[in-house]
Ligand binder design. Sequence first.
Ligand code: HEM
Length: 410
Amino acid sequence: MSIVDEVPLSEAEFWAAPDEEREAGFRRLRDEAPIAFYPEPDYGDFPAGPGYWSLTRFDDVMYASRHPELLCSGRGTNIGDIPDFLIDFIGSIINMDDPRHKKLRGLINHGFTPKALAQLLDSVRDRTTDVIDTIAEKGECDFVAEIAAPMPLAIVCDMVGVPPSQRQTVFEASNLILGVGDPEYVQSVEDLMAAVMSVHQVAMELGEHRLANPADDIATILMNAEVDRERLTVAEFASFFILLVVAGNETTRTAISHGMWALHNHPDERRLWAADFETHAVNAVEEIVRWASPVIHFRRTATQDTEIAGQPIAEGEKVVMWFNSANRDERQFADPYRFDLTRSPNPHVGYGGGGPHFCLGANLARREIRVMFEQLFQRLPDLEITAEPEILQSSFIHGIKRMPCAFTPA
Ligand code: HEM
């Protein structure tokens, strides 16, 4: 048996296994076959594609991220190609290359600068206060659904311009879109399509509305901007919208949930941070994102015959960057399986490895995670996780579906 059979990245069972088993598999790949060719997963409804090169070492993931001229995004960034009937609805800038990628990203970039985010800080604080107010008297709740999820959802919806009445639809659809692979969320391609269409509908209505009724939000900017002397169509706006709400929602929730689980399992680290929140906050938030690695992979495609670390890659071949594995690479991180809130430097690739697609929301996410833990330490200091988290079955998002917690009612 080859290592590709022994560490079956393309089999659903591999992603249903406990985290420790997956970690052991990725460690073997880093040591024994850091650039290995894998068959593509079988998606049932679609024929499997031609396979992909799997990159598991930190240096190779960085290289692939930073050479978009050799390894592009415009031919898709998920392992399987997006089926034609979905291509107009999902993807947007994450599946584009410069120059168009740069122009579209540039339209909203300034909304995510540290200065713009400083203005958003009050709103992150207020939303977090609301979330904790809602559960503080209960004494127990589901950490994921009731603590980690609502604030990032509210913030991204505020920024984009989603009215409160539509937020539940956006939330449910984004769970479903990123839940592909887990039978609890998606059983058929029809389920996925229905979710995409429901959020597409919200976006179309919002886009049309903002044309006539401008407001101070991203929807207004996008609907009124011109790129190459043309306005975005409502459909282009809608796919950008879907990317933003999906990207801004589940990822941050996942980081907060894994962060809490890690603090639960490492009481010394928890005590250290709680005793001096400010001193440790910057490093702690980075370590939480390295530890959680909420986004497990993205793909690139070779634009020409090339090579990575001596491995020839032919034009058109797919290359998958395993961010989770790069974040545990012993060649880069001392003692990578240690959750160390004081780790510094911490050049993790949780938000990507640099390059043009580096997470647009990284500064926002950092702020959200920080504010959430600050308030949890202050207001629910004895919060404990009362059962093992249920992990999403997915090779894309390292999600936690449910994680019960208890605390002294405030
Ligand atoms: C802890 C939370 C988050 C994590 C771990 C995360 C992770 C990532 C990763 C790995 C990428 C791809 C990077 C690459 O290919 O080089 C990405 C892209 C992106 N993220 Fe995030 N993200 C988070 C939060 C957010 C938030 C809050 C938003 C905003 C609302 C956001 C918006 C985006 C967008 C729009 C892209 C595509 C950028 C492009 O293609 O140019 N993300 N993110």
